[in-house]
Design a protein around this ligand. Structure first.
Ligand SMILES: *Cc1c(COP(=O)(O)O)cnc(C)c1O
Ligand code: SF4
Length: 467
């Protein structure tokens, strides 16, 4: 048994848990540790799953049925491993979060329950009351303005040639920081969601819209998650889009490879449906690929290696879109390790997003300055084509912008301004660093609506003088 990732067995408490980093195996210190994937039966450290065999754990259905969706299930599984106060903290977190909870057994088993507070996987999926920070005044639900750029329910047409189609509103897990908190997941105490069910009628309206807009050539089928589509649904969507002569590229987006990789191995119906769409696309000289969402090296195991291997064998290009999250992957080495691990699996790191300005996620956000410094650290550590572009998805629908391409950025004020000439020419889009990283007097400026408006107006006025 070879362990290269921090696990419950290796760790005795928070003190000696090193977040954000893979630990090189002691006996193999100079070997490239990012190339080794754990193959132990790690789920057996959860008492209720002590007797779960590999065959059962790899069953995609079992993973679905045993997802943790409420406090009762969480308590049953990890109650014996954690302090009771931790469960109370989690209950408080769930009450106040805009996202419903859903955590796959795969992820539950990879969390270090001896030190859950600092665990990078726990932080992404299980909110704690004690870590919630007051929202930055720019935070909201749907701050990217996806709904106002949607001509048809569940189809966002922001970029001239590209559209985003949301086929369903469910995912194999729910991420605390999801941009689509307005629609994805079940209702929470805080948020009643916009309904976007997997209805064929709604899909047909979206396909008709794409057909009527010949400039559209690139369709992102995204969150809700392609893993939650049945094989025939995946095939229906793929075929309908491939039938349109203007559509040249389709991407199916799924978090699944990162949180439930065994589905690729054991749900052959699903893999075959994806392969069939991909092969038909290849015959038509159109690209069909998979976009996924790994954020931390601990999410990658031997099971992931096998799943990614199968996709590669079938000629399906896989790209990764990570989110930069404080206390998850904002350490110096984490994204380097992640990029190298993904490269080993033939998954191309494509984007690293700064965390969107979503209600209830202030504690997960980092500054733009941190995004820029991490990009410097990452570039050069693996192949250039496996090096992600660090992007900010701007408030109000300017779209994705390279973090470095700001018109203005003052880390002291925590304010950045971007232009997006290809999306909304002549307009400026702002973004704000987390308040915690600003001086108290600047924080006061942000928290007062009048001085905040004055600060933003002044900056925008000066930018216009230069152009
Ligand atoms: C991200 C996104 C796309 C795809 O953009 P790429 O930069 O090509 O990955 C398309 N539409 C919307 C609304 C998006 O947010
Ligand atoms: S998998 Fe994607 S769409 Fe689903 S909750 Fe996470 S970030 Fe949102």
């Amino acid at each position: 048994m070879e362990l290269n990732v921090v696990s419950a067995e290796q760790t005795t408490g928070i003190e000696d848990h090193i977040p954000n980093r893979l630990e090189p195996a002691q006996n193999d210190y100079f070997a490239p540790y990012w190339r080794k994937f754990r193959r132990d039966e790690f789920w057996r450290s959860i008492p209720s799953w002590h007797d779960v065999s590999e065959r059962v754990f790899l069953d995609a259905m079992w993973q679905e049925q045993n997802a943790v969706i409420n406090r009762e299930r969480l308590e049953r599984l990890v109650g014996p491993l954690v302090d009771p106060s931790f469960l109370d903290d989690a209950t408080e977190g769930m009450k106040r979060a805009p996202m419903a909870m859903r955590i796959s057994p795969y992820i539950i088993s990879l969390i270090n329950w001896a030190g859950p507070i600092s665990d990078p996987l726990r932080r992404q999926f299980l909110p704690l009351g004690s870590e919630i920070e007051e929202d930055h005044p720019l935070l909201g639900l749907d701050t990217l303005g996806e709904q106002s750029d949607s001509p048809v329910a569940g189809l966002t047409h922001r970029y001239r040639t590209k559209a985003l189609f949301l086929p369903t509103s469910t995912c194999p897990v729910y991420c605390r920081f999801c941009t689509r908190s307005y629609a994805v997941g079940t209702d929470t105490e805080e948020v009643a969601k916009v309904r976007l069910g997997a209805g064929r009628e709604r899909w047909k309206n979206a396909f008709d819209y794409v057909a009527e807009h010949p400039e559209l050539e690139d369709i992102v089928v995204s969150g809700g998650d392609a893993f939650r589509l049945k094989p025939d649904q995946l095939k229906t969507i793929g075929d309908a889009l491939l039938d349109l002569p203007n559509v040249r590229r389709i991407r199916f987006a799924t978090k699944g490879l990162a949180v439930q990789p065994m589905k690729i191995i054991t749900d052959r119906g699903w893999l075959n449906a994806l392969t069939a769409v991909s092969e038909r696309g290849r015959y038509l000289r159109k690209e069909v690929c998979l976009h996924t969402h790994f954020n931390h090296p601990n999410e990658i195991t031997g099971i992931t290696e096998d799943a990614a291997g199968l996709l590669f064998e079938r000629g399906i290009t896989v790209r990764n879109q990570a989110v930069l999250l404080r206390g998850v992957n904002d350490g110096d080495d984490c994204l380097v390790d992640l990029g190298r691990r993904l490269s080993t699996l033939n998954i191309h790191p494509y984007y690293t997003y700064l965390c969107d300005l979503v209600t209830g996620t202030e504690d997960l956000r980092t500054t733009i300055a941190r995004g820029i410094s991490l990009e410097k650290i990452v570039r050069g550590t693996t192949a250039g084509f496996n090096t992600p572009t660090f992007v900010v998805d701007t408030l109000g629908g300017g779209g994705k912008r390279d973090v470095h391409s700001f018109e203005y950025y003052d880390p002291d004020f925590g304010l950045a301004v971007y232009a997006a000439p290809s999306v909304k020419p002549g307009k400026f889009f702002i973004s704000g660093d987390p308040l915690r990283d600003l001086r108290q007097d600047v924080r006061d400026v942000w928290q007062n609506p009048a001085t905040r408006t004055e600060l933003i107006d002044n900056v925008l006025k000066n930018i216009c003088h230069h152009c």
